[in-house]
Design a protein. Sequence first.
Lengths: 316, 518
Amino acid sequence: MKALLTKGHESCSGCSLCLLVCPVWHARRDIRHTPQGRAKALQMGVPVAALVESIDSCTLCAACEPACPESLPLVDMMLGLREQLARDVPARLPVIDWRSGASPRLAQAVCLIPDAALLQRPDLLAKAAQQLDGMQVVEDAGLDIAEAIEAGQAIPQERWYGFLQALKRARRVVVANGLLAHWLRGSLPAVRIDSLAMALGSLEAVRSRLQPGDFYVIESRHYHADRERLVHHYDGLRQRSGCSMNLDLQRLAVPTTASSMATQRGQSGIDVLEQARWILEGTTPARIVVEDAADLAVFTAVSDKPVIHLAELGDG
Amino acid sequence: MDISVVEPGVIPVCPVAPDALQGIRRQQTNPDRWHGASWAPFAEAARAAGLELIDERQLQAVFITDAGGLAFGMPHGVLIARSATQIATLMKLAQQFAVPVTVRGGGLTTEGESVAYGGVLLDMTGMSRVLKVAREQLTVRTQAGIFWHSLAEVLRRHQLDYLSAPLNLTSSVGGSLGVGGIDVNSPRLGCSADQAVSVEVVTPTGEIVECSDTVRPELFQRVILGYGQFGVITEVTLKVRPYTPLRMHYIYYDSLRTAIEDLQMLDRDDASDYSGILTMTDKVINLLVAFDSDEREAAFNATWRGRLRGHGELAFCVRMGLGFLLKPWQLREMLWLYERRCRLFPEFRRAEHTRGNLMHDRTVVFSRAVWKHWGSRQMVIPDLATSTEKFIEAVERGNAVCQRYFRHYTLYCVGIKVREDHRPHYELSCIPPDARGHAYGCEFEPIMEDHNYSRDTLQAFKNDIYDIGLALGGSYYRFGGMMKGYIRRIFGDEVVDRHLAMKRKADPAMVLNRHVIF
């Protein structure tokens, strides 16, 4: 990954714009745990191994990438650092339960790859698939692969190619995990890779049911990965429905980070409930609509208003 | 205070910038590094007092330079600010052990003012939370290390906005109050420092005190626009206002003089809510004018728009194109201007920040464009601040200097309303003493692109600009750090000696931001 990058840590000019949008910075107020902090340390020759805590704390929400005026590929740079750490300090890696056996072939040319949170809510998953014209839900959701990508761990070649092989025949793949979608776009250039949020959000049946009193929570990874295009999609959605969104003044999505590995392992320093309260501060929504199934429990815990998943909007 | 002589035997002893006296080569350098004689006992005492001094290379490296990227220094240790009490403990120990303390907010200085050359670097961004929004009183109480943009994020949730702040997302509130802070609404509202109602300060000797125009006014006068010499600002109460989007107008000129005359007319007549000049070299001069309300915009259109001698974009482009047809040897210049226009202008009209004629989030729009199209690892932005009467000559002479050094550059001119009741704040600041009604400032910023310039070249450029200030009698925004050689010459012995005496009294060990001014 690192070799492919045209710009890297050496290009950071230290403008601090990444701090403004970094949820880890927001929680910790410690520059060491920011893209700028890491880049400046690396520029000064600090070894990657000395940055373990900082590298582990990143939630990969990707808000820093569109915020960066140098257009640094900060997500790939972070994944590169994690890969390097995984090579240099393999003992610290989580043990991944790799799926064995070949991935089943697809019955349709379009398919849906759920994430871990959606798999824990079969009712939502069924609704999402139903909204998308009964789209086939793949049996192999690549949860182990998604975990490995986020951790920077090497994916066994056989497993990776087996997973890709099953998807190669697809015309369109809808992916719930924003990070996995980002990865698949690079690996399957001939296949149309859509995020689940965009796939559902593009449906008239879903869009038309957003209301002015709704607070809409965008899943940050897929949004920031394609922000130049999606900012107009969501702007249109907001204007049409009159709803509010978890967008800051730079029109970047403020995430709860509930689905990130760093937060789940307590490495980000983020209290997701505090983060959700911050997202809602100053708003009085009648209903909260989330794109990420992991956010359902978070907003339910901090709000007495109904919290629903985007897939449930189509229910009417 | 013991200031070492940079060129022994040549430079006489002087308490202010001995390397910058008349008649010597004014190549500025990093200040002397504090060698850490008392660091070990200080660090031991600090840790015993509960201060988390971080001496790991990872954090020191982050603060090795500032936005200018020309001055480099390493602190012995970094303290992330968490409370006024913690900072008070730090300052008491710093006095006791004579350890320098350098305070850093957004780190957007360009002359090394926020770089620590040994000692402690106090990272104020650790104290960056909003404490209270008082909607009825239209004030906000905030920790001083907060970035203006982060403050705006909180205020917007209450449909409020700050009054004036630098057009830079990552300027800190405390830092701006210490040096001024200029916005395109400064012609109406003054500088950011003028918006402070009261501040909590940790003095150089470690007392925590609140001050304002009425409570300890003498300390307030020194802390505001005081370049960090008389205390660490930890909390601030600021005036705020209801949020409004902007109605933007861009008017184009090919003459600096005409554009500045029109700018000054608008400011004098209070014809707009926001005004400023931004140029591409001296070929494309953009007077931007904006309004908070339809009424103000309508009044401008009815009364003042017709009196402006600039043109709309289309008319200006046609005129310019015809002009270049007559000067085909300038084709390369024209292509550069056209290419820059194509890259830059869409940034100011991004759809997500624009609704019809209204621009939302001006700081986001301008700051992102500034970082994207002007920002780089090295930045020099010498400036001149003068009275209204001297400003055109200052800009024209500065423009000539820019042409001598760089192929491409930008000028940014803006007025600053001078508050007569704040005169005591302005002493030894960017506001020139002879400014009445408005002061004017111009930044001269080379566009480095892929060119590499030596430190000598950049320093010579800055000196040439600052010499204009000396010749005309003005002031500067960035006179600290590597440019402090100009302080005594521009402000005079009487003022500097008086401030030096006050500094010695307030900071007996001379440890707080020791290399910035004195």
